[in-house]
Design a protein around this ligand. Sequence first.
Ligand code: NAD
Length: 272
Amino acid sequence: MSHNLLKGKTGIIFGALDNKSIAWKVAEEAVSNGAKIILTNAPIALRMGTISVLAEKCNAKVVTADATSVADLENLFNIAIKEFNGKIDFVLHSIGMSLNVRKKRSYTDLNYDFLMKGLDVSAISFHKMLQVAFKMDAINPFGSILALTYIAAQRTFPDYNDMAENKSYLESIARSFGYHYGKVNNVRINTISQSPTMTTAGSGVSGFDTFFKYANKISPLGNASSKDCARYCISLFSDYTRMVTMQNLFHDGGFSKTGVSQEIMDLIEKKQ
Ligand SMILES: NC(=O)c1ccc[n+]([C@@H]2O[C@H](COP(=O)([O-])OP(=O)(O)OC[C@H]3O[C@@H](n4cnc5c(N)ncnc54)[C@H](O)[C@@H]3O)[C@@H](O)[C@H]2O)c1
């Protein structure tokens, strides 16, 4: 779907690993809407993933950056400014990882070294990226920066484990940095709280398949796909949302506002 909403705009997209990644779809939609982009991911993801396929399709440069390394982020923004011959209009942070989830540690038996690593990758990296961009004055006025989050920041989903805290921290950074960046440079910062989505990060959470079906039955519109999420991101990168900032925006087919659905009541009735 292209309406050239990003014609003439430039952006950096973090987190496209393979064609299931939400960032992959955002990259495709951004380019089909007229943007020029740079793709970036951690060194290991560049070795294991298929980002070069996306880069070719999007005619985009790929720059390696571990999002927890300030030096890598400075290098990335420097390259982007040179490549685009000017400042950047939009950035997507589409990064998440919990070592406790990966190593199947339960929430009541967390390893705190794992916790700190996951917090750095999933949340503090957002602050690092914003601070690097801010200090370099790398973003155009009314530029738009987005991070992807999940409703476990507000409500408990037991298997989401310490990622729940990581997402709360991430959303708080969007509000706090959104204030400062808005005041100084009119740059806007928001988070999108997306439905469960079948990706590498998503399906790493135990019980994900069942939960995906549950959310689909609760949400009046069903789960939002990664393609729909990408289109929502494009609207938030565009000039049609110039005054939206410091928000956590639910993109979940109505899940966050629904108490129960008829389908779930019917399922429980059947079992009794
Ligand atoms: N899949 C879901 O159900 C779902 C729902 C809501 C929000 N989200 C969020 O969407 C975002 C994207 O996840 P996804 O579902 O597309 O999965 P994904 O596994 O495709 O993407 C996660 C990305 O994070 C990158 N990453 C990990 N460590 C990094 C580091 N140190 N530096 C740079 N990049 C690093 C990975 O290489 C990968 O590309 C995450 O923030 C995730 O929490 C996902």
